[in-house]
Write a new protein. Structure first.
Length: 82
């Protein structure tokens, strides 16, 4: 497999990670009780702090993964014979 192809594959993986993080963040915003339902525990005793921490964390993951994916593709476009 060529280096450019592996970089493109990595970029697509990073963008897929970004999309998954955005979807999970949106689900947590719309349906904040999913943690209690799925895992059967209430880590913040109903205050919602854990849900907000998850939304913020997923937003950071989405941003970093999207930026990393864009950088990977730019690297291929700048040096196509690498």
């Amino acid at each position: 497999m060529s280096r450019a192809r592996s970089i493109r594959r990595r970029a697509w993986f990073e963008w897929a990670l970004a999309v998954a993080a955005v979807v999970l963040a949106a689900v947590t915003l719309v349906w904040p009780d999913w943690i209690e339902i799925v895992f059967g525990v209430e880590p913040d005793e109903g205050s919602g702090a854990v849900e907000w921490a998850i939304v913020v964390g997923l937003a950071v993951v989405a941003f970093v993964a999207a930026v990393a994916g864009g950088r990977e593709l730019r690297r291929v476009r700048v040096r196509p014979n690498v």
